[in-house]
Design a protein around this ligand. Structure first.
Ligand code: ADP
Ligand code: MG
Length: 258
């Protein structure tokens, strides 16, 4: 796509992969994001919390290029200006998003769903009848193990439980090998056992990718033991460990009315 690799830079664990600086998004004068600034490190697991309307989805829209801000900077890697790129270009660069509602191909097997996500060529039949290379097969196998669906490889996706569909969709995202994975409310509607398993999957994923999770479920966030960013009225109210956040005076004021 013609991005100078120097602009991406040498991305290593612990170095910054994403910067939002002073990002403002207005809808009819209302600021959904109000000079939002935050950074995400490579191979970091980060939770974003905040009440309804805090700006979480708008933030994801800005990162993925769906919404262009009125002002501010969004930088990927060392110096790739995401504001100059459109949605497909940003996806190609390695920023993937999983929406809340699973959108798997019900009439295809788990294996095929993963296979279809891997291919650049999205033409169904061409993809399904093309011969897989062994490294591609390995990647599918490895991903099925990671998302715990290995034993269901040849089951149709439509027969999976809600939780399993969510995992499959995480798997479909993995197949695109993104550097940053944005995951919106992954445990909504899951059983406690599924919630626990999802935490394991996300933690494991953060060994290979930066994972940004938007979530309401406090127990779940606590179990992830990651850095937490609290959004409030379109900016960062607090950031730190969950314990830090719970003891934060501003957070307590806003959320507990203290
Ligand atoms: N396309 C839009 N047009 C007008 N207002 C919007 C639009 N998208 C979001 N908003 C408003 O921006 C604020 C932030 O929304 P959102 O980012 O969806 O919050 P969250 O995901 O944290 O619940 C809300 O008040 C919402 O009503
Ligand atoms: Mg939202």
């Amino acid at each position: 796509m013609g991005i100078n690799p120097d602009f991406i830079g040498n991305i290593e664990k612990g170095t910054r992969i994403l910067l939002l600086d002073g990002v403002t998004v207005s809808f009819d004068g209302f600021k959904a994001l109000n000079s939002l600034s935050l950074t995400i490190d490579y191979k970091e697991l980060r939770c974003i919390i905040g009440a309804n309307g805090a700006g979480k989805s708008t933030m994801m829209d800005v990162i993925t290029g769906k919404t262009k801000p009125d002002s501010g900077q969004v930088v990927f890697g060392k110096a790739v200006d995401l504001l100059e790129l459109d949605e497909p270009q940003i996806a190609e660069l390695g920023i993937g998003r999983k929406f809340q509602k699973p959108t798997v191909f019900s009439n295809h097997t788990i294996f095929e769903n993963l296979e279809l996500s891997m291919q650049d060529d999205k033409r169904f039949f061409k993809t399904l009848f093309a011969k897989l290379k062994s490294f591609q097969k390995d990647k599918i196998e490895e991903t099925m193990k990671l998302i715990g669906l290995h034993e269901h490889a040849f089951k149709k996706a439509g027969t999976l439980s809600h939780g399993q569909k969510q995992w499959l969709e995480i798997g479909m995202l993995i197949m695109q090998n993104p550097k940053i994975m944005l995951v919106d409310e992954p445990v909504a509607g899951m059983t406690p056992h599924e919630v626990e398993k999802t935490g394991e999957i996300l933690r494991e994923l953060s060994n290979e990718h930066s994972v940004v999770v938007v979530e309401h479920d406090m127990e779940f966030i606590r179990s992830l033991a990651s850095r937490v960013t609290v959004l409030h009225e379109g900016s960062v109210l607090a950031e730190g460990s969950m314990q830090n956040i719970q003891n934060n005076e501003k957070v307590r004021k806003v959320y507990l009315g203290e």
